[in-house]
Ligand binder design. Structure first.
Ligand code: GLN
Length: 489
């Protein structure tokens, strides 16, 4: 089945004219038709538009265009419902945007199109990317393709589930505190958060602007490298994107990691770590050692404060960013006697409970009298957390940890307990606070039920090449990434 192919397998076959982009797109659409009633990864997709784009790609291939110039020519890629796609709905998993359609393409979408990708479909997410399970979506909860009584992770749960259920060849998500790596781990695919500034955020609806970053979900590490190369680079429309040259990431996947130094942070071996997750991560570390990497224990002493720091900074930024959804500029409006009443009615009806909680928390920590005690202090701790990583990276080339403390939990299990939900991100949050890069790759399964486990590799700022090389070498030596969720066929 063509929908099972990776980007590299598909583009090789397209280039040899063994398959067409139309057939491939059709096989993804058929898969959506077959499984998405159960998985519920997609909020919407436009089959006619997807097939028309596929025909355009087929004509370009017939005219002799090569994948060297356009590396994603004919490759279906779906995106999280938080990135602007021209003339398509943009809801951020929320009711407050109503029937809003985006008048322009996000930079990453422009780049995907320029590389020849077929951009189709909008993927479910927690409302405004706040959550770890997609249960905060205003529309429905996405299900884990490995077990439909469980959540796929979040907030990019739709992006992870669509790849794991082989409904799209690859997808994009966004990661503010773990929203790419955590769902990738729980669904058994590869998910990467690039270094802050690597990828333009223009056209990504902002949650916490100093933490948000867009990244790929793929079936293997090579595809992750390919997609990263396409979406990276400076963009004058996002002043936080950096003028750093974009390497040819896939060329760095040599399989040779001899002599690289990997750090194991002792603070990550916490009590709540599931024994099966720990065993898989231990085995992965042993495998990396066997491949010639040198493993040393390191310390990231401020780890304990990461979650508390994140849950001050992220809501503070969110409370400011979400002020624009007021019934005047975009989407839904609930009228009132005067403008103030109209704002209140619109926001009261349009935002879900988690978004309201974050706005209230964020407004509180920024208010006069509390700013110094909370927000300013959190910013200082953030600097210490970043310093921990920079110190560690003087001694090691990358850091290895579990991605999540447990495998996928049951739908409903944590939805009444925000604190428990927040703690599912303990291993992923620091990476965003520090602005470094991180990737999650499959490293095993729990026994019963069989659920994927993720290994997180954290890299230096703009150290994606080395991080990908390590991830790839591990992947080459193991077969976890080849296992398919039964529903995927
Ligand atoms: N789960 C975290 C939160 O709820 C991270 C979300 C994200 O990375 N977008 O904020």
């Amino acid at each position: 089945m063509l929908n099972h192919l990776t980007i590299s397998e598909l583009t090789a076959r397209l280039a040899r004219r063994e398959v067409s982009a139309r057939e491939t797109m059709q096989s993804c659409l058929d898969q959506i038709q077959r499984v998405d009633g159960q998985v519920k990864a997609f909020l919407s997709h436009d089959s006619a538009d997807a097939l028309a784009q596929a025909d355009t790609a087929d004509r370009a291939i017939a005219a002799g265009e090569s994948h060297r110039e356009r590396p994603l020519l004919g490759v279906p890629v779906a995106v999280k419902d938080v990135m602007a796609v021209r003339n398509h709905p943009l809801n951020c998993g929320s009711k407050i945007l109503g029937n809003f359609r985006s008048p322009y393409d996000a930079t990453v979408v422009e780049k995907l199109r320029a590389a020849g990708a077929i951009v189709f479909g909008r993927l479910n997410m927690d409302e405004f990317a706040m959550g770890s399970s997609t249960e905060n979506s205003a529309f429905f909860t996405t299900r884990n393709p490995w077990d439909d009584t469980r959540i796929p992770g979040g907030s990019s749960g739709g992006s992870a589930a669509a790849v794991a259920a082989h409904e799209s060849i690859a997808t994009l998500g966004s990661d503010t505190g773990g929203s790419i790596r955590q769902p990738a781990a729980l669904c058994g695919c590869v998910g990467m958060k690039p270094t802050y500034g690597r990828v333009s955020r223009y056209g990504l609806v902002a949650f916490a602007s100093s933490l948000d970053q867009i990244g790929p979900f793929t079936k293997d590490v090579r595809d992750s490298a390919t997609l990263l190369e396409v979406i990276s680079g400076i963009d004058h429309r996002d002043s936080t994107s950096v003028p750093q040259p974009v390497p040819h990431y896939a060329a760095g996947l040599t399989g040779d990691i001899r002599g690289l130094r990997l750090g194991l942070p002792k603070e990550y071996m916490i009590g709540g770590l599931d024994p099966e997750v720990k065993a898989s991560v231990d085995a992965a570390v042993a495998q990396l050692q066997k491949l010639g990497a040198e493993v040393v224990e390191i310390s990231l002493p401020h780890t304990d404060y990461a979650a508390a720091t994140y849950y001050i900074i992220a809501p503070a930024e969110a409370s400011a960013n979400l002020a624009r959804f007021d019934g005047v500029r975009y989407g839904a409006r609930v009228d009132g006697a005067d403008p103030i009443q109209m704002y209140c009615n619109t926001r009261g009806a349009g935002f879900g409970p988690e978004v309201k909680r974050r706005i209230i928390l964020g407004t509180y920590v920024l208010s006069s009298g509390y700013y110094d005690a909370y927000y300013l202090r959190a910013q200082k701790v953030r600097t210490l957390i970043r310093q921990d990583f920079l110190n560690a990276f003087e001694k090691v080339d990358a850091i290895v940890t579990p991605t999540t403390p447990t495998a996928a939990f049951k739908a409903g299990e944590k939805s009444d307990d925000p604190l428990q939900m927040y703690l599912s991100d303990v291993f992923t949050i620091s990476c965003n606070l520090a602005g470094i890069c991180g990737i999650s790759i499959p490293c095993g399964f729990t026994k019963s039920p069989k659920l994927p486990i993720g290994l997180q590799i954290l890299g230096k700022p703009f150290g994606e090449e080395t991080m990908l090389k390590i991830a790839h070498a591990y992947e080459q030596a193991t077969a976890w990434h080849k296992e398919r969720a039964p529903i995927a066929g």
